[in-house]
Design a protein around this ligand. Structure first.
Ligand SMILES: [Fe+2]
Ligand SMILES: [Fe+2]
Length: 409
């Protein structure tokens, strides 16, 4: 098969990306396209981008709605490549038959086809060609894959000249082909800057709205470089432990916790990390959750719905190396609260209930109050939870009773 590989940050994915994928297929240049969102970017680049799971799942929503699922595949390989992911290392992995054959057959490609000898093409826009030789190990890239360059009408890039230039530089005939696409002109960076989302497909716009992405006031500006680097790394690492919905929830909680910390004068870095990791153990096997919970808190949490909180603290310590007790406590008590709760405890408790994707009840008022009076917002939240427990005939955990008593309820 002729396999197109299309990598990018997709922050956000836009109609220009779609026209490249569509153009390559419609032109008959490739049989299938594998779309590969970048995950572990260099820190400098990563800090201006949204966390990888947002970009990955936003891309998924658009591809699912746009293309034939037997022709265009989303690929999560970069979550599993440690260290900064460069095109060359991603290509090496994806073109390796031990990775590729199961990847394709799992997506419905017949084994016979999947096992054929394939030709690989890295899809890109023509703007990339003049600087291609500055990429990391460009000649190795060209030995594994050709470049399939999308050219827009009116684009005056001279493909022949670029091919000759690169062939001479690398000392072998560079395989560079081109195809013409329609005139969609868009760039993620200008979409982010202008906040104008006309060139963004509807599914991505919906996703952006649900998770409140691309706000004008970026809370990451208030976060230290060290915490930001950890945040992006842990968010990518969590992909292995949490499904889509919970992973996006927990990242939302991290960012909202940081926002509350900034507003109310708490430690922004700690809030970001505690919020991000608060549910990290929630999809582990229940027995494993119970064991991890016991190691943190003995028998204090005896309800299976509560295991994941103390278990999360143990997991955060052992898997992510978190040794800050304030962070570990905020994770431990995020479901129950506790007597003498710290500001960080309250922030994570609240962000968990109020993050943008939450819709269990009308949260408008609580969200407004949370921006001005943390304790009052916690009281409102705790009241809603208490009412729910009453309706369900459930006993409140003794720690929650202490929590609300301290709040003067
Ligand atoms: Fe939780
Ligand atoms: Fe949660």
């Amino acid at each position: 098969m002729r396999i197109g590989l299309f990598g990018g940050s997709f922050d956000p994915i836009h109609k220009g990306h779609l026209s490249i994928i569509k153009g390559a297929i419609d032109n008959g240049d490739v049989d299938i396209v594998i779309v590969i969102p970048t995950v572990r970017n260099s820190f400098k680049r990563g800090k201006i981008l949204n966390a990888a799971p947002y970009r990955y799942y936003m891309t998924k929503a658009v591809l699912d709605a746009t293309f034939n699922p037997k022709q265009v595949f989303l690929c999560d390989v970069e979550f599993y490549i440690p260290g900064i992911s460069y095109t060359v290392s991603t290509l090496k992995r994806v073109t390796d038959m031990s990775y590729l054959v199961p990847f394709l057959t799992y997506r419905g490609v017949k084994p016979k086809k999947a096992l054929e000898e394939h030709k690989f093409f890295w899809l890109c826009g023509s703007d990339l060609l003049p600087t291609f030789d500055h990429w990391y190990k460009p000649e190795e890239i060209l030995q594994m894959a050709g470049l399939l360059v999308a050219v827009r009408p009116g684009d005056d890039t001279d493909i022949y000249e670029q091919r000759a230039r690169l062939s001479q530089e690398f000392g072998f005939e560079a395989n560079i082909e081109s195809f013409v696409i329609d005139g969609v002109e868009a760039a993620s960076s200008s979409i982010r800057e202008s906040q104008s989302f006309d060139e963004v497909p509807a599914e991505a716009r919906e996703f952006i709205k649900t998770h409140a992405l691309y706000g004008t006031d970026d809370v990451m500006d208030a976060v230290s470089d060290e915490a930001a680097e950890k945040f992006f790394q842990y968010a990518a690492d969590l992909y292995d432990y949490l499904g889509e919905k919970r992973l996006l929830h927990t990242i939302n909680v991290g960012l909202l916790s940081a926002r509350y910390a900034k507003i109310h004068g708490a430690d922004v870095d700690k809030a970001l990390i505690a919020g991000l990791l608060h549910d990290c153990a929630k999809e582990l096997d229940l027995m494993e959750q119970r064991d991890l919970a016991r190691r943190r808190s003995g028998d204090v949490f005896n309800d299976k719905k509560l295991f994941h909180s103390p278990a999360g603290a143990t997991f955060a310590a052992e898997k992510f190396g978190i040794d800050d007790e304030e962070i570990l406590n905020a994770i431990t008590y995020h479901t129950t609260g506790r007597g003498g709760a710290t500001m960080l405890d309250k922030i994570v408790y609240l962000a968990d209930k109020l993050e943008p994707a939450r819709t269990y009840t009308d949260l408008t008022e609580m969200r407004e109050v949370a921006l001005v009076d943390l304790d009052e917002a916690v009281r409102m939240c705790a009241r809603t939870v208490a009412e729910k427990f009453k309706r369900q005939g459930r006993e409140m955990h003794p720690m929650t009773a202490e929590f609300v008593r301290d709040l003067g309820m």
